[in-house]
Design a protein around this ligand. Structure first.
Ligand code: AMP
Length: 284
């Protein structure tokens, strides 16, 4: 495995193996089985796999957890080596944002609701850094988790709008056995909060079950999710949503499909989760 902090090294290696197909998995490190599922899919689909580890400061708000975000570089590199990754890019801030940097990629609509409303500027930071990483790595395919559903919508839109010559591949959310979606931020939870954190998946399941039992009113599904979260004393609801999976516009009625999503605080820890529902998948 080649591990480098330098853009020139990534470019040289990519150029040397330009005839290989390259898969790319951008991450913020503190890797877990969710990240590794993306790496495995990238390895299965491509001859070469690159992973970036970069905690991007511009996608964190001023009151958010950039400084506290968990980091374990040695462990991450050991995991990636074991997973058979060919190239790991671990840039520093001055490599990604050299003096004079002043360009932002901003999506007008899909970045506004949900995470964008709770975290102003978040998706400008994500879109800009991912565009830069795409230009540096020049992958044939890039892999993202359904866990961050709005991120997928935003990045798909960006790839189309800006003609990036790559395919976006979305991988299913990897969960703990009790339903909690794996996240680097789960490390912040106390033992009691960890128990309470299953409330996200329980809320989504309650709404999903109601949908497959025939409930089509989005407000009823939202109320179900809010009710489940409201019953958990350690949880504080940020938002619940029943939205169109592609536009992220809130629905009144679920005619065909919807993205159920929510964000919940446990103390200062903020967790998100989602599921897709679709009338065509009746049996669950
Ligand atoms: P992060 O390091 O949190 O920026 O995540 C890097 C990539 O891993 C993103 O595409 C995430 O959506 C994806 N990811 C994070 N957690 C999970 C999970 N539990 N299951 C699947 N993908 C995930």
């Amino acid at each position: 495995v080649i591990i480098t902090t330098k853009i020139a090294d990534v470019r040289a290696h990519r150029q040397r193996e330009r005839d290989m197909s390259w898969g790319f998995v951008p991450t913020m490190g503190y890797l877990h089985a969710g990240h590794l599922s993306l790496v495995e899919k990238a390895r299965a689909d491509n001859e070469r796999t690159a992973v970036s580890i970069y905690v991007n400061p511009t996608q964190f708000g001023p009151q958010e957890d950039f400084g506290a975000y968990p980091r374990a570089p040695e462990q991450d590199l050991a995991m990636l080596e074991k997973a058979g990754v060919h190239l790991v890019f671990t840039p520093g801030d001055s490599t990604i944002y050299p003096p004079g940097f002043q360009t932002t990629i901003s999506l007008r609509q899909v970045s506004r609701p949900l995470e964008g409303a709770s975290r102003p500027g978040h998706f400008d930071g994500v879109a800009t850094v991912v565009a830069k990483l795409f230009n540096i790595v020049q992958p044939d395919r890039a892999y993202f988790g359904q866990k961050d559903a709005q991120q997928v919508v935003v990045l798909r839109r960006m790839v189309t709008d800006l003609n990036f010559p790559l395919d976006v591949v979305v991988c299913p959310t990897v969960r703990e056995s009790d339903g909690l979606a794996l996240s680097s931020r789960n490390a912040y939870l106390s033992a009691k909060e960890r128990q309470a954190s299953t409330v996200l998946y329980r809320a989504l399941k309650a709404a999903e079950d109601a949908f497959y039992a025939g409930e089509r009113q989005a407000d009823s599904l939202r109320a179900l999710m809010s009710g489940v979260v409201g019953a958990e004393s350690l949880a504080r609801l940020d938002y619940v949503s029943v939205a169109h999976p592609d536009t992220l516009v809130e629905l009144e009625v679920v005619a065909e499909k919807a993205l159920l999503s929510l964000a919940v605080f446990f103390g200062r820890t903020r967790l998100i989760d989602n599921v897709l529902i679709d009338v065509r998948n009746r049996s669950r």
